[in-house]
Design a protein around this ligand. Structure first.
Ligand code: FAD
Ligand code: DHB
Length: 393
């Protein structure tokens, strides 16, 4: 079997892997992306919707920002619904002008694939049984099967961007890796519908029946979520039951204005906080969901993947352009410092807005006090806004 030669093998053709290969290619650094699924499967996944300005800038730097800048919506604030009232968090005025961009992960992925195609980037789909080898050697290699035929690629570095269930993290010896995990006793049931969004800005709702979120993808495409027990299954929720439950959790005027319609996607995402340390083992670097998961409240998952890619890209640039290992050596520590802060924010916002099935009356009063404090304190709103738009890289 003859081996392919490249500088970086990237495992996973999700947003992390595609973005890194695109950034590297523009600097003349070669890579191969190995993806287990078909391209249409990857593009069909409905996930995140809110991009921090750091991610937006990275997409532009990758030469993939044109459609995003044209079609994405800049949001300068969002609302928190509580006890029938909407409380607006003004992102721009609280952060010196920072905003977020509403542009779906599906569109980000489409733009990245188009850019990879245009540059002749190598993305190998339906790569089965991917395995990582010789991680502590100067020339590690990766093997996989394509249509039953064994393949091999040799490289300088392997990047594990293969998500939470990928093979990369599992290739690090158990006595080297420390995993931190918290599983929440509820999930988010999400519905995508071809209806006009109920609000121009996102509404995060805290309600005793459970959390709800009104989000959007475009003026004609809405995304809604409700908190459900983690034992629920999407198939057991009819569209009618979903809309009725969503309305119950929203302020009356918002519920009255809600336009309902058939769901074009419906799924349940579990809520988990997870971090694996370190994010480097030998010449393997983990990035994105392969190394960490946040609960979705606050929309940090995809954005954290982008900050990992930023640090890793600059580390690889330093190595190939200046011959310095300093950036790569600092990668794990730098990335983890930002990861833990986003973990903290997502955990805090989850606790602020969800009903805990085993929460006591004391927990409820503390949650109410936290919300009261947030709505009455400029400092608390500034802190929330600073984290929501994204901490600096
Ligand atoms: P992924 O997008 O998971 O990409 C990893 C890729 O690796 C996948 O394409 C996978 O097929 C591939 N792969 C896996 N194993 C292998 C293997 N062995 N060999 C080769 N390839 C492999 N974030 C938010 O901010 N807001 C949300 O609303 C939100 N909703 C989500 C809903 C769900 C169901 C999930 C799973 C995640 C959600 N997230 C959300 C998180 C966000 O989508 C992720 O943080 C983001 O996708 C991370 O990108 P990634 O490229 O690191 O990983
Ligand atoms: C969306 C998801 C989130 O987790 C969030 O906090 C905001 C928006 C979304 O899918 O639109």
């Amino acid at each position: 079997m003859s081996a392919l030669q490249t500088q970086v093998v990237i495992i996973g053709g999700g947003p992390s892997g595609l973005l890194l290969s695109q950034l590297l290619h523009r600097k003349g650094i070669s890579s191969i992306v190995l993806e287990r699924q078909t391209r249409s499967h990857v593009m069909g996944r409905i996930r995140a919707g809110v991009l921090e300005h750091g991610f937006v800038n990275l997409m532009r730097e990758a030469g993939c920002g044109r459609r995003m800048d044209r079609e994405g919506e800049v949001h300068a604030g969002f609302c928190i619904a509580h006890q029938g009232q909407l409380n607006r968090i003004d992102l721009a005025s609280r952060t010196g002008g920072e905003t977020v961009m509403v542009y779906g992960q599906t569109e980000v992925t489409r733009d990245l694939y188009q850019a990879r195609d245009a540059m002749g980037g190598v993305v190998i789909h339906t790569a089965q049984n991917v395995q990582l080898h010789a991680l502590n050697d100067a020339r590690p290699f990766v093997t996989w099967e394509l249509d039953g035929v064994s393949q091999r690629a040799e490289c300088d570095f392997i990047v594990g961007a293969d998500g939470f269930h990928g093979v990369s993290r599992k290739s690090i010896p158990a006595d080297v890796l420390k995993e931190y995990e918290k599983i929440y006793p509820f999930g988010w049931l999400g519905v995508l519908s071809e209806t006009a969004p109920v609000s121009d800005e996102l509404i995060y709702a805290r309600h005793e029946r459970g959390f709800a979120l009104c989000s959007l993808r475009s003026p004609v495409l809405s995304r809604y979520y409700i908190q459900v027990p983690s034992t629920d299954q999407a198939k057991d929720w009819s569209d009618k039951a979903f809309w009725a439950e969503l309305k119950r959790r929203l302020p009356a005027d918002v519920a009255a204005a809600l336009q309902t319609g058939p769901s074009i996607e419906k799924s349940i995402a579990p809520l988990r906080s997870f971090v694996a340390e370190p994010m480097r083992y030998g010449n393997l670097f983990l990035a994105g969901d392969a190394a960490h998961i946040v609960p979705p409240t606050g929309a940090k998952g995809l954005n954290l993947a982008a900050s990992d890619i930023h640090y890793l890209y600059h580390g690889l640039l330093e190595y190939y352009v200046k011959g310095s290992c300093a950036g790569l050596d600092a990668y794990s520590e730098k990335a983890l410092a930002r990861v833990w802060k986003a973990e903290r924010f997502s955990w805090w916002m989850t606790n602020l807005l969800h009903s805990s099935p085993d929460g006591s009356e004391t927990d409820l009063r503390l949650q109410s006090a936290e919300l009261d404090y947030l709505f009455s304190s400029d400092a608390a709103q500034a802190s929330m806004a600073e984290n929501y738009v994204g901490l600096p890289y």
